[in-house]
Ligand binder design. Structure first.
Ligand code: NAD
Length: 489
């Protein structure tokens, strides 16, 4: 890949104890839509993590003793500042990640703003428990306190969105944090650091160290003064984090991958189901942990569904992410694009039919994007359940469509993967919708919709999709230590 000669390289710095500090070595970061290196990210290691943890430890006594109301006001101020710069953040996220500017404007940055507002509000409304024991003359109550320095590790697919989903509850509860964003998408986290002082976040409350998982991430996971780690990323990395943190018995929250089914019964409203399922398959280039990648369609409507689904998928335009009419931007990296393409090749080799997209339709790109990591939305049919395309997380714009006959059969097949994050059920029969939802092994079940979230309620997966939940109450419980106090009168 060549350097972008027309503009100066953007050089990021770590944010430690309220100050930007340069690093001794850097990693190149690519613009996925051009293939050019455009940014340099600190290649932090033990030393930088050590300094950040120290700053966070020093800031803890003051921050944790502030009232929830004081912290809430600061979070709201930060939300306002990010919102004020929404367009600049959206442009940066799109350039850094490859996602469309439209998605960054409509989803990523508004949600980052909302994360701070949501926890600024919810922190004011928690009530702890109390019980009475009159025969013993006792009253018991619980009290919750922040834990200390929280280690936060986030992935590249929804960079600021997922990072703030951790920072906001952690600091709202009175913890201080050391965050490590993905080395591939660090820019918006760095931009957020520029607003912290103005928002009134005291130095050391939020520290960000940039770098790779193997170096910076692992140093954070292994640091003895970081008692809790909140991680969003792949199942493989989660296993490594679990192993590395085990000697310290750390508290872990793990939000991992998925292989999410959509189950479409013959009484589904296809006019709603088809556009939503195209969106759930291809939004953000299919790089959302909640994206649909196995579509089970009841046999009676299978042919009609497939025809209409492919027609709708073909309407999605792939190209320059900064063009607001584009639906599919670039994938995160060259390596990831190759990995996703290989799944399509494997499916073909196994005898599956590729109905549109990769290898079937021509992909034309503007001159400036010829070296970008683009791929058309791809629909595969007649894939066997045991195929790697039906078992493994692909995390790209690829979805598989297969037929089923009965409710009992489809539940078994939908559950027949190692993951259990999110499922969608499409049917007009309310009894069936409840029955199926209860039997699916999935942390989230959407019926006749997709990705409609109330942040109050638990978010997270079962099986290999994770441990723990995030949400108003769940994040509060994760980021605080509970104590039961008994008073005899
Ligand atoms: P990843 O696991 O490769 O990386 C995630 C983060 O962990 C990055 O910051 C990375 O640098 C860091 N990391 C890597 N190795 C590490 C180590 N040994 N120690 C500590 N940190 C380490 O995941 P990714 O490729 O960035 O993201 C894609 C994955 O994230 C997909 O599997 C996707 O499903 C999952 N995801 C899950 C959710 C969810 O909420 N369940 C949300 C978004 C993404």
């Amino acid at each position: 890949p060549t350097m972008a000669h027309s503009e100066a390289l953007l050089v990021l710095e770590n944010f430690i104890g309220g100050k930007f500090v340069p690093c001794s070595s850097y990693i190149d970061s690519y613009n996925p839509s051009t293939g050019d290196v455009y940014c340099r990210v600190p290649d932090s290691g033990k030393e930088e993590v050590e300094a950040a943890v120290k700053a966070a430890k020093d800031a803890f006594p003051i921050w944790s003793s502030k009232s929830p109301l004081e912290r809430s006001q600061i979070l709201n101020k930060l939300a306002d500042l990010i919102e004020h710069d929404l367009e600049a953040f959206a442009q940066a996220e799109s350039k850094d990640q490859g996602k469309t500017i439209t998605f960054a404007r409509m989803v990523d940055i508004p949600r980052a703003v909302h994360n701070f507002r949501f926890f600024a509000s919810s922190i004011l409304h928690h009530v702890t428990e109390c019980t009475e024991m009159p025969t013993m003359g006792c009253v018991h109550y619980t009290s919750r306190a922040p834990v200390g320095v929280a280690g936060l590790i986030s992935p590249w697919n929804l960079p600021l969105y997922l990072l703030t989903w951790k920072i906001a509850p952690a600091i709202a509860c009175g913890n201080t944090v050391v965050a490590k964003p993905s080395e591939m998408t660090s820019v918006t986290a760095w931009m957020m650091c520029q607003l912290l002082e103005k928002a009134g976040v005291p130095p050391g409350v939020v520290n960000v160290v940039f770098g790779t998982g193997a170096k910076a991430g692992e140093a954070l996971v292994c640091h003895p003064d970081v008692p809790l780690i909140s991680f969003t990323g792949s199942t493989l990395t989660a296993q490594r984090i679990t192993e590395k943190s085990a000697p310290h018995c750390k508290r872990l929250s793990l939000e991992l991958g998925g292989k999410n089914p959509a189950i479409i019964f013959d009484d589904a409203d296809l006019s709603q189901c088809i556009p939503t399922t195209v969106r759930s398959s291809f939004a953000n280039q299919g790089e959302i942990c909640l994206c649909t990648s196995r579509i089970f369609v009841q046999r009676g409507i299978y042919n009609e569904f497939l025809k209409r689904f492919v027609e709708e998928a073909k309407k999605w335009k792939t190209g320059n992410p900064s063009d607001p009419t584009i639906n599919v931007g670039a994938l995160i990296s060259k390596e990831h694009l190759e990995k996703v393409r290989n799944y399509v090749k494997k499916a073909q080799a196994e005898g599956a039919r590729v109905l549109c997209g990769e290898g079937v339709d021509p992909l034309t790109l503007p001159p400036g994007n010829q070296k970008g990591y683009f791929m058309l939305p791809t629909v595969i049919a007649e894939v066997k359940d045991e195929s790697c395309c039906m078992q493994e997380e692909i995390f790209g714009p690829v979805t598989c469509v297969v037929a089923f006959d009965t409710e009992e059969e489809v539940i078994k097949r939908a559950n027949g993967v190692k993951y259990g994050l999110a499922a969608a059920v499409w049917s007009g029969n309310v009894g069936r919708v409840h029955r199926v939802a209860h039997k699916l092994q999935s942390g989230l079940v959407w019926t006749n919709c997709w990705l409609v979230r109330d942040l109050n309620l638990p978010f997270g997966g079962m099986k290999a999709s994770g441990i723990g939940r995030e949400g108003a109450k769940d994040s509060y419980e994760f980021f605080t230590e509970v104590k039961t106090i008994t008073i005899k009168h």
